[in-house]
Each structure stands twice: as C-alpha cells, then as structure tokens.
Design a protein around this ligand. Structure first.
Ligand code: FES
Length: 161
C-alpha cells in the first residue's frame, strides 16, 4: 500500500466539508471526490486521513466508500472496466460480455492486466437498463454493447484515444 499524504489544500477542503452538513457522514462522498481529483484512487491509508479530518471512524468511511464502485481502489488499472451484470444487462448477454473481456484481456474479473492498463469488475445496475448491456470505463458509459463494439473500445483505449 502506497503511503499517500493528502496535500494541505485537500485536507483543508475536507475539513471544511465536515462543518457543511448536519450529519458528518454526509461529507464522506464529497470528500472522496476531493481526494479523487488529487490522487485518483483510494487505499486504507487515505481513508484513515479522511476519517480523521471528518472526525469519523475509519470503519464508517470504509463502509460508505466500498458501497460505491465509482472510486477506484489502489491497484486498479488505468482503465477500470465495470460491467453491469444486473437483470436487464444479464438478459442481454452481460455474462457473455464478461467472458469475452476475460478472453480478450487474458485476465479474470477482479484482476488487472500485467501492463496495468485494464481491470475488469462486475457491478450492480449502472442505471442505464434501457441501453443494456452496459459497461462503464472510468467515467465513460458504453451502451448497447456487442463483441465488435468491445473490440473497438479496447483498441481505442490501447491507442490512448
Ligand atoms: S441492469 Fe444494467 S444498467 Fe441496469
């Protein structure tokens, strides 16, 4: 685990958030957005700093953050591929899509490629059931997926597009 010390500016922003909400726990997600901008991922060391700044326990922060897949953990590849495997996506081939990604990238879901480029995760509903099957890579949604579309997406990302 990398020992990251949050910058003074980030610490100040998080400390301010603590007083903005009547319930301190409400400040956890805004604080994560601040951290995400600076560091781009989180680990237990970072969660401890957030907890201290918000005067919460590390467990409270950890429980909240782990519920959301939006924030990547340390060790996640440059491109975090999150495939929805909930009902609508599942009915339209999400599992097949996961298998195809595993085959293309030569890793299993939950793993990262050795070049650190891709991580595959399966996630709950991404809120775009009407355009299933859906995956999210970092902040971008990819919808109505087919194997051909996946091929194109992976090629573009490998080229840095
Ligand atoms: S079930 Fe996949 S986006 Fe809702």
């Amino acid at each position: 685990m990398v020992q990251v010390m949050l910058s003074e500016a980030t610490q100040k922003k998080i400390a301010k958030l603590k007083d903005r909400y009547p319930e301190k726990k409400t400040a956890i997600l805004p604080a994560m957005h601040v951290v995400f901008k600076e560091v781009g991922y989180y680990n237990q060391n970072i969660l401890k700093q957030i907890a201290d700044l918000l005067e919460l326990s590390q467990m409270e922060v950890s429980e909240t953050v782990s519920f959301y897949t939006y924030f990547p953990r340390e060790g996640v590849g440059k491109y975090h591929i999150q495939v929805c495997t909930n009902l609508s996506c599942s009915l339209l081939g999400a599992e097949e899509l996961v298998k195809y990604l595993e085959y293309k990238l030569k890793i299993k879901a939950g793993q990262t490629t050795t070049d650190g480029l891709f991580t595959i995760s399966t996630v709950e509903c991404l809120g775009s059931c009407g355009t299933a099957p859906v995956m999210q890579i970092n902040q971008t949604y990819y919808e109505n997926l087919t194997k051909a579309k996946v091929d194109q997406i992976l090629e573009d990302l490998k080229k840095g597009k």
